[in-house]
Design a protein around this ligand. Structure first.
Ligand SMILES: [Zn+2]
Length: 340
């Protein structure tokens, strides 16, 4: 089969489109023909070099495709079925997995991070990862869902415990997680404030349901939040930007508010004044992907059309390098998808 692999860490030039042997599924695995694989910032981090990644390596976490073959031990899945894959790897038999907390499994990793991903034509995965999709979603749309919608759902619902009518600040409203978080917050009838680096992205975020937009290059986030909320602040900040916004996120909270973070795109070191944390009774929560139960929960809303994936642009798999270069320019609104 054709695949894009990296043999060394580095810039987009390390991506190699090449022929490799087809995967041989085990009796408890499903062989899936990849029809679309959406990109995430994780692809850039893995390409540049993350600990534990074995080379050569296939990138790609978000996969949609068709079942080619289901192993002998598998029932209920058949060739030709249109599916997406849960973008995670876990042991499925430890105490955490048995409790439905797959993202706390000692073996937990994201597909395409410590295990090979979907920048290829065929992938073999355990049956537990395979979820059928409705005809209303095409493959690029389906591939655009799992990682970011699961991440945003776990952040807002699983971790921050969003309640109806709260005020939520979503940083980076044009990012994959931002697009998902805006829509999920609106499902809970929240008032949503979002940020982006240009007016075009803010308009699109508004169309997705965001009530207010802040241009983070021209305006100071916490000051605008104060203006919008009549000095109250927000209940929840959805953080994934990191060092560049951490201080502003914290200052945007109302007393008792919560920052929930799933990433640090601009840098991972942030400082804060502990007096501010205890006197205002703030909460800071880490969030990493989500559980299988949460994935099924959020997919229910996607399949019913209440949450919508946004595809920015589709590239052929062999142009993965151009897709990476495009992602690094950060001009996209929504997902960049590779199709074999
Ligand atoms: Zn486990």
């Amino acid at each position: 089969m054709k695949a894009v692999r990296i043999h060394e860490f580095g810039g987009p030039e390390v991506l190699r489109f090449e022929d490799i042997p087809d995967p041989r599924p085990r009796k408890d695995e499903v062989l899936v023909r990849v029809r679309a694989c959406a990109m995430n910032h994780l692809d850039l981090w893995v390409r540049k070099g993350l600990p534990g990644v074995k080379l050569p390596h296939i990138l790609g976490s978000d996969i949609a495709g068709e079942i080619v073959e289901a192993g002998e031990y598998i029932t209920g899945l058949r060739p030709g079925q249109r599916v997406l894959l849960a973008p995670m790897h876990f042991c499925n038999h430890c105490a955490k997995c048995a409790a439905g907390l797959q993202n706390r499994c000692p073996e937990f990793t994201v597909l395409g991070n410590l295990v090979d991903g979907g920048n290829c034509e065929l992938i073999a995965v355990p049956a537990v990862n395979v979820i059928s999709i409705p005809d209303s979603l095409d493959f690029p749309q389906a591939a655009s869902v799992p990682l970011v919608f699961l991440t945003a759902w776990h952040m807002l619902v699983g971790r921050a415990g969003i309640r109806q009518g709260q005020t939520v600040l979503v940083l980076g409203g044009g990012s994959g997680v931002g697009i998902a978080a805006i829509q999920i917050a609106k499902l809970f009838h929240a008032r949503v404030i979002t940020t982006a680096g240009d007016e075009r992205k803010l308009e699109k975020a508004h169309a997705l349901g965001a009530d207010y937009g802040i241009n983070h290059y021209k305006q100071k986030i916490s000051q605008e939040v104060r203006n919008i909320t009549n000095k109250e602040g927000v209940d929840i900040v959805v953080e994934h930007v990191g060092a560049a916004t951490w201080d502003e996120s914290m200052k945007s909270l109302k007393p008792g508010g919560t920052v929930v973070t799933c990433g640090a795109t601009t840098g991972s070191n942030a400082a804060f004044d502990l007096r501010f944390v205890f006197s205002r009774q703030l909460s800071f929560l880490g969030s990493y992907m989500g559980t299988m139960g949460e994935l099924y929960e959020v997919l229910g809303h996607v399949f019913a059309g209440r949450l919508k994936p946004v595809v920015d642009r589709v590239f052929p798999l062999k142009e993965a390098r151009a897709a990476h270069e495009y992602m690094e320019k950060s001009q996209m609104f929504g997902k960049i998808v590779l199709t074999p």
